[in-house]
Structures are given as C-alpha cells and as structure tokens.
Design a protein around this ligand. Structure first.
Ligand code: PRP
Ligand code: URA
Length: 205
C-alpha cells in the first residue's frame, strides 16, 4: 500500500525542490521540511500508551508514543531526510544502511550496515527517491532477515514502477510519499522527478 500526502504546504515546497534552479542549501532545507510533514502523516497510526502527567494544576491523562522508533536512512541521500524526522521523534535511534545504485546495472550494491536490533521497534526506512524500488527492497530484505517485523518507508518522490516492486516483495510495508510521478526514463530516473537527490542535497554535481 502507498499513501501520497497531498497537503498544499507539502506540494508548494515540492515545487521549489523540483526546480533545477534551486541550490543545495535550499534543497536541503526543503527536504527536511517536506520529510517532517510526510512523517507527521506517516506516524498518525503509531501505537500510543496512556500516561498520567502532573501539571501545575492537576493530573492530566496523556498519551506517549509506545514503540521505540528506529530510523534507517539509506546512504547517502537518506541522510538528507534525517533532521526532518528527528525533529518529530528526537528520541529515535538511527541505523545507517549504505546502498548505491550501480550506474550500469541499476541494481543496488550494499556497502555499509549499522542498524540497531530491536524486534519490538517500529523501523522507518527513509530515502528521498524510490525509483526502480531496488534499493528500498534490498533494505527491507536485510531488515526482515535480521528479525524486523514492523517497518514503513518514507520517501519524497516515487513512481508506479517502484511502488509495484516494493509492494510485490513486501506487501505488508506501507510507503508514504509526497508525490507519485509518471514513470522512469531509460536511465531509470524518475520523470519528472527532481534529478539526482544525493547530488542536489550535497552539491556534488
Ligand atoms: C539513489 C536514491 C536511492 C536510489 C533509488 O541513490 O537515493 O537510494 O538511488 O533508486 P532505486 O529505487 O532504483 O534503487 P544513489 O544510488 O544515487 O546513491 P546516493 O544516495 O549515494 O547518491
Ligand atoms: N535516484 C535519484 O536520485 N533520482 C532518481 O530519479 C532516481 C534514482
């Protein structure tokens, strides 16, 4: 299943993010802001527990997030979403997964993995671009092999091909995104997309 979060505030920021004239400083800020909005929606159904809090006046019956949360940015572009999600859940743990898409084969290559293990936690895989879905699917395969049971994906832009790939391999995982674009081009870039997210975030091209 996928959820496209179509709030006007997100779509406004996404329009500036996509613009080829937007430089890396602004691109980073927007990626953080959009991530915070999309994650706000994605965490709507997170489990909560009841707690009593003593206010200066009386006892208030409140709710706190029940699960531990582990955020898993896929290196490198996923790092561009980390501040946004930590702004919402500052107590989350962070596990990094290094994955790049081989330029020739377009297949993901894993080069790093340091993810905390907690069977009860909610894992949130973050990567701005879900294109062929290869990188996200590989990350989900690894997490599940290590015993992870509750996991969702948050991206910024995806396309029907990527959604279908993840849904086929991991039908239990919901994808939250700011946009579902038209298609992939012959280089497996999302159209219209926003180009190479890692390069635009870090100013490497
Ligand atoms: C990009 C992006 C995703 C992947 C998406 O990473 O950040 O990880 O491509 O493509 P896919 O859905 O077809 O697998 P890239 O390989 O450019 O590495 P980078 O983050 O280091 O720039
Ligand atoms: N990776 C990106 O950064 N952009 C795309 O459009 C596809 C993969």
């Amino acid at each position: 299943m996928h959820v496209e979060v179509k709030h006007p505030c997100i779509q406004h920021k996404l329009a500036i993010l996509r613009d080829a004239e937007t430089g890396h400083k602004r691109f980073r800020e927007l990626a953080t802001e959009i991530t915070m909005f999309v994650c706000y929606d994605a965490l709507k159904h997170v489990e909560v527990e009841n707690v009593s809090v003593e206010t200066p006046v009386a006892t208030a019956q409140c709710q706190k997030i029940a699960n531990d949360i582990v955020v898993v940015p896929i290196l490198r572009a996923g790092v561009g979403m980390l501040d946004g999600i930590l702004g919402l859940v500052p107590t989350a743990r962070v596990g990094f997964m290094g994955m790049y898409r081989d330029e020739a084969t377009k297949k993901p290559v894993e080069y790093y993995n340091k993810v905390p293990a907690n069977r009860d936690a909610l894992y949130i895989v973050i990567d701005p671009m879900l294109a062929t879905g290869g990188s996200t699917t590989a990350a989900l395969d690894i997490l599940k092999k290590n015993g992870v049971e509750k996991v969702i994906v948050v991206c910024i832009v995806t396309c029907p091909e990527g959604i279908e790939r993840v849904e086929q391999s991991h039908p239990d995982v919901t994808i939250y995104t700011a946009a579902v674009d038209e298609r992939l081009n012959e280089k497996k870039y999302i159209v219209p997309g926003l180009g190479d997210a890692g390069d635009r975030l870090f100013g490497t091209r």
